[in-house]
Design a protein around this ligand. Structure first.
Ligand code: SF4
Ligand code: SF4
Length: 66
């Protein structure tokens, strides 16, 4: 099954990936990263590998595995 990996340290917390995942598979983490923001995290589930999250991320820190 496809999955994604988000670089939590480099995430700036814009949450564009969250609003653009058609399946709602990305959420906001509880803890803060080194930038002082709550990073986006993959919640698991039925990722289709559509790459929408990776394409929209302005930091280019989401990798999609298919
Ligand atoms: S789009 Fe990129 S920088 Fe923005 S919250 Fe998602 S992973 Fe973080
Ligand atoms: S690849 Fe597509 S389905 Fe999977 S987490 Fe990213 S936006 Fe969601």
């Amino acid at each position: 099954m496809p999955k994604i990996k988000i670089d939590k340290v480099r995430c700036k917390g814009c949450y564009l990936c969250i609003v653009n995942c058609p399946n709602g598979l990305i959420k906001i983490a509880n803890g803060l990263n080194i930038k002082g923001v709550k990073p986006a995290v993959f919640s698991g589930g039925k990722c289709t590998g559509c790459t929408m999250c990776a394409v929209i991320c302005p930091e280019c820190i989401i990798e999609v595995y298919r």
